[in-house]
Design a protein around this ligand. Structure first.
Ligand SMILES: Cc1ncc(COP(=O)(O)O)c(C=O)c1O
Length: 374
């Protein structure tokens, strides 16, 4: 018989709680855009781009329409297209792979490090061919990938390094913020991201002036001047209302990331000695921004069901590895092709984590996990 939950619901993410804390500033920023009629590019987008570049300690940030476009336009800005191969991880959000195929290039997957869930540089090396043009690690769940080893592979094989930093705004690798380690980095401002808009948005971040210039042209119909189109691009401009909202939120991002870290550490403390539960591994010299807090548990589906009965939301990031997605069936990659990513898929569970969570909520989730994990 299904139990009737009486306790208050704990959501995976609670965007309403964040909005309550900043709603006056948000409406004032939005009013500003509307009253200035500055809807497309212009001051608000420019200001946000400057602030976000500074946040990443990078020279340039180019606001685009989504994280997917940030990836596609970055690859195109690097000259990647038909006939080229790009190596990435099979345990990411679908757009990671989709962005590669949108350029006309071929996606090549490499299996992951089972401890961190991030792409394994040793597996990447095995996949390098004459056609490989770039490696695209994903800083999954807010944890940086093994950038030293990947940089070394890029140096040796003359490849580009493209960071999928969609989940990792503010994460650090050996004291450097992600976004400036590769040739170019791509961020998403999807509403539930650590820095989320009130709609879609994304950014290309780089220290390379030529890449920045190309990305800026590509997102705006391939032009510098209004009616002179130097190349074929697209319309992928970051919306000015979203830019104004993001500028407000950016001021709080370090504080919000700090709170996420505190909650994650508290989960670690409460769950690390629980039998059958594996808490996240954060290698030394890496600072995760805990976009999601992912545990591993053998009887995952049962635990998920029990937590739902206790009115606790959970997630699975992601339930189908990319090589087994129907849309990529043409690649002919069967079950068993990437055993570590597939094993992760069947055991991972994302627990509620957002800055505004209370200590008591973290404790309630941890208690429920302790009670039900098998
Ligand atoms: C790792 C990763 N890459 C790319 C994307 C695509 O970003 P967007 O949804 O903004 O297009 C996302 C977000 O869904 C993501 O999590």
């Amino acid at each position: 018989m299904e139990r009737i939950a009486t306790a208050e619901k704990i959501r995976l993410v609670d965007l309403g709680a964040q909005y309550q804390a900043i709603h006056k500033e948000i409406w004032s920023a939005m009013r500003n855009v509307v009253e200035n009629s500055a809807f497309v590019l212009g001051k608000h987008v420019k200001d946000f781009e400057g602030d976000f570049a500074a946040f990443c300690n990078a020279r340039f940030a180019i606001g685009v329409a989504s994280g997917t476009d940030a990836l596609t336009l970055s690859l195109k800005a690097l000259g990647i297209g038909p006939g080229d191969e790009v190596i990435t991880a099979p345990n990411s959000a679908f757009p990671t792979a989709e962005a590669i195929t949108l350029t006309g290039a071929k996606v090549v997957f490499a299996d992951i490090n089972p401890d961190t869930f991030n792409i394994d540089p040793a597996e990447v090396e095995k996949k390098i061919t004459k056609k490989t043009k770039a490696i695209m690690p994903v800083h999954l769940y807010g944890l940086p990938a093994q950038m030293d080893e990947l940089e070394e592979l890029c140096r040796t094989h003359d490849l580009k390094l493209v960071e999928d930093a969609a989940q990792a705004h503010g994460a650090e690798y050996k004291g450097r913020r992600v976004g400036t380690i590769g040739n170019v980095a791509c961020f998403s401002f999807y509403p539930s991201k650590n820095l989320g808009a009130y709609g879609d948005g994304g950014a290309v971040v780089t220290n390379d002036e030529a890449i920045a210039d190309k990305a800026r042209m590509l997102r705006n119909h391939g032009r510098h001047e209004k009616y002179c189109h130097e190349i074929e691009g697209c319309n992928s401009r970051l919306d000015a209302l979203q830019a104004a909202i993001l500028s407000v939120k950016l001021k709080y991002l370090d504080e919000w990331n700090k709170k996420r870290r505190q909650h994650a550490r508290y989960y670690d403390e409460l769950l690390s000695s629980v039998e059958n539960v594996i808490t996240p591994t954060i290698p030394a010299k890496m600072k995760s921004v805990h976009h999601v807090y992912v545990i591993r548990v053998r009887d995952r589906d049962n635990l998920r069901k029990k937590l739902k009965e206790d009115n606790i939301d959970t997630g699975i990031h992601y339930p189908i590895p990319l090589h087994l997605q129907p849309a990529l069936a043409y690649m002919g990659l069967e079950s068993g092709s990437f055993p570590r990513a597939e094993e992760a898929t069947s055991t991972i569970l994302s627990l509620p984590l957002y800055p505004e969570m209370s200590k008591e909520q973290v404790e309630r989730v941890a208690d429920a996990v302790k009670q039900h994990a098998k």
